[in-house]
Design a protein around this ligand. Structure first.
Ligand SMILES: [Zn+2]
Length: 415
């Protein structure tokens, strides 16, 4: 069916045009301010850091143009070419008519195959671009080991999961997708608990924050803000990158706060306290369960869509696959859904930014004023060479956090 392929081609092209337009607008905005930073920004960064941040932003953006065009071309080639159906027909022969394990392998092999063309780009980004601005701390050996470990992990976790998903049709019939959703959602909850315990240690070392002034201070903050913090951990992010961060994962008694060692090296005790207060704010305002609920809704819709597409004979056939085969429908959905969900990016980021404002306000109240939070955010922007003058459309579309100027304004307003 030609018309389906035309719709898909149009979707891919529209997304690419949007990506390239937004990043061109953003580069123009950065260049416009390059010589003379706006007053609000001049207070945040000295001239030299500002120029370096602008150069870093422009270089990353230009590199992004290349990868976006390349990724779209690869995806189009794979979708409209014959390589995936040929692969499927070959792998289908490995098992009997009812066997599922080989179909699970097909999806995994296709995933690996699709990740290969982008590898040189990832390598370049880490060892050329990030290196140039002093952020790369990884080595080619570590990088390669990471890739191999990641692939191995995909098979170890992905194979049983896909096998179970694809088996559901044989077990329960037409309602397989509701059970599939339950299985995936349960798996997601389990991973929230297991990921820091089982997966992260394969790549990083997590250590409890050592005894001392900082720990005492942070635990006192936890008590003050109603967060039982037996779980402040330090991750050795410096093993791979100079970028710094802090994050919050899990839920209920599995919640944990993770600080990058790079962050601890860059911030004062008071600034770290403010950052932790912000993370506790996410917890106290119930952001994590809300995010989980939202992703459950999205996942349910996704399963309903796969079930509908798998039932529609034209879907598989349009891309050269035999109809009534679930594995190709799953794979195609995985490859195509991004071209649709892309347009919802600004919506989910709008919500994410709302949560960031709430967490900032919480931190300000916990710290008795905005000074420490603002100082921490400024230092993070300096050390990470954050772009302080993004185009409004670009930040509105892509930014999960408000810009620094927006956050400072909000922090100062209600103080
Ligand atoms: Zn946050």
């Amino acid at each position: 069916m030609v018309s389906v392929l035309w719709i898909v081609a149009a979707l891919l092209l529209l997304r690419l045009i949007a990506e390239l337009t937004l990043s061109a607008l953003n580069r123009a905005e950065v260049r416009r301010h390059a010589a003379q930073p706006p007053p609000a920004v001049a207070a945040i960064m000295d001239g030299e850091t500002y120029r370096k941040a602008a150069a870093y932003t422009l270089e990353k953006s230009r590199f992004g143009v290349l990868t976006e065009i390349f990724d779209t071309l690869v995806l189009a080639l794979v979708l409209f070419g014959t390589i995936l159906p040929a692969m499927f027909n070959e792998i289908a022969l490995w098992g009997g008519p009812e066997s599922v394990w080989n179909h699970a392998l097909f999806i995994l092999f296709a995933g690996v195959l699709l990740s290969i063309p982008g590898l040189p780009f990832e390598w370049w980004e880490q060892f050329r671009l990030e290196q140039k601005y002093g952020f790369n701390k990884s080595t080619p050996g570590l990088w390669l080991t990471d890739k191999l470990k990641g692939t191995l992990l995909t098979f170890v976790i992905g194979f049983p999961l896909l096998w179970a998903l694809l088996s559901l049709v044989h077990w329960v019939g037409d309602t397989w997708w509701i059970w599939g959703f339950a299985l995936m959602f349960g798996f997601q909850l389990l991973m929230l608990i297991l990921y820091p315990k089982l997966i992260v240690p394969l790549f990083n070392k997590l250590t409890p924050l050592p005894e001392g002034e900082l720990r005492t201070r942070l635990l006192a903050l936890g008590d003050r803000t109603g967060f039982k913090a037996s779980t402040i951990e330090v991750i050795d992010g410096s093993k791979r990158s100079g970028h710094s961060n802090a994050y919050f994962t899990g839920f209920g008694r599995f919640r944990r706060i993770v600080l990058f060692d790079t962050l601890i090296a860059q911030l004062t005790a008071e600034e770290l306290e403010a950052v932790l207060a912000h993370e506790i704010g996410h917890y106290r305002r119930g952001h994590i369960p809300k995010m989980i609920a939202m992703s459950a809704v999205m996942m349910f819709a996704g399963f309903a869509a796969v079930a509908w597409l798998a039932r529609s004979p034209w879907f598989n056939r349009s891309f050269g696959f035999p109809e009534a085969q679930l594995a190709p429908s799953f794979l195609l959905f995985g490859l195509l859904s991004g071209a649709v969900t892309f347009w919802f990016t600004p919506l989910s980021n709008l919500l994410s930014r709302k949560y960031e404002y709430e967490a900032d306000a919480f931190a300000r109240d916990a710290m008795g004023g905005p000074a420490a939070m603002i100082a921490a955010l400024r230092k993070l922007a300096q050390k990470n060479l954050t772009n302080l003058t993004p185009h409004r459309w670009f930040s509105g579309f892509y930014y999960s956090h408000p810009t620094l100027v927006e956050r400072e304004t909000a922090l100062a307003k209600a103080a």
